[in-house]
Design a protein around this ligand. Structure first.
Ligand code: SAM
Length: 235
């Protein structure tokens, strides 16, 4: 796993020390081991995990500005992606992982503690119920959680004005992004661009929708999940 991660990070232009590569691989080994008894990921082989979890997550570092000791939230983090690889590669990131499934946050919490990443905060919570953290993150990242017009209501209320929401998507996300435009604007965001990259060692092209928070989210948002899905912000 270390060799694939090392070469892939080089291809992405993301600098990493041998210690950081070792920590990424150790987190991966824990993930694959835990996955034998707890369902954490559909990817069960080391090479696949190296590429589609660690390198895919690391690609974000080349696409957006994570400078200045940012507070970063990973919404629907699952087993810690993309948040944990970002934190390993950029120790100045103040990371909060959020997931509505407790056993996933238990895995991330225990694995981070075992690998010396004690400052990572793991919240077992639904993102739309995080009232205390409203507009408190410089960057909110999210991968594979919900369609963008719904996801925006989970994530944008958590972003500070002037901050970023980075939604990791499949290559063919242009229609999904266009459909989310009204929700993004309603929630105080402005869709800036869609960045694409090839996951190193694969033919897989992924995309990141980059959204700026340009004004505060109106106080009536986020709503409860049932409301978000029943009356989505579609204009
Ligand atoms: N981001 C991880 C990844 O890419 O490997 C996990 C993706 S998994 C398909 C989606 C995750 O989002 C699940 O772990 C689920 O529990 C979480 N999730 C869904 N809705 C959520 C919500 N409203 N608040 C917090 N977590 C949520």
């Amino acid at each position: 796993m270390e060799k694939i991660i090392r070469e892939g990070l080089r291809e992405l232009g993301v600098p990493a020390t041998e210690e950081q590569i070792g920590t990424l691989a150790a987190y991966g080994a824990r993930l694959l081991q835990a996955n034998e008894t707890t369902n954490l990921t559909a990817i069960r082989d080391a090479a696949g995990a190296a590429r589609l979890h660690f390198l895919d997550s690391a690609a974000l570092l080349g696409l957006a500005d994570f400078s200045g000791h940012p507070a970063v939230a990973d919404v629907g983090s699952g087993a810690g992606f993309p948040g944990v690889p970002l934190r390993i590669l950029r120790p100045d990131i103040r990371l909060t992982c959020v997931d509505s499934v407790g056993k996933k946050m238990d895995f991330v919490r225990q694995s981070c503690a075992a690998l010396g990443l004690e400052d990572v905060t793991c919240l077992w919570a639904r993102a739309e119920e995080m009232r205390d953290e409203r507009e408190s993150f410089d960057v909110v990242v999210s991968r594979a959680v919900a369609e963008l017009h719904l996801l925006a209501e989970l994530c944008l209320p958590l972003v500070k004005v002037g901050g970023l929401f980075l939604a990791m998507k499949k290559d063919d996300c242009d229609q999904e992004a266009a459909r989310a435009d009204f929700a993004i604007r309603t929630l105080g965001g402005r869709a800036r661009r869609i960045c694409r990259y090839t996951v190193p060692g694969t033919d897989t092209v992924h995309a990141v929708v980059v959204v700026e928070k340009v004004k505060p989210t109106p106080p009536q948002y986020p709503r409860r999940w049932a409301q978000i899905t029943k009356k989505p912000l579609l204009g």
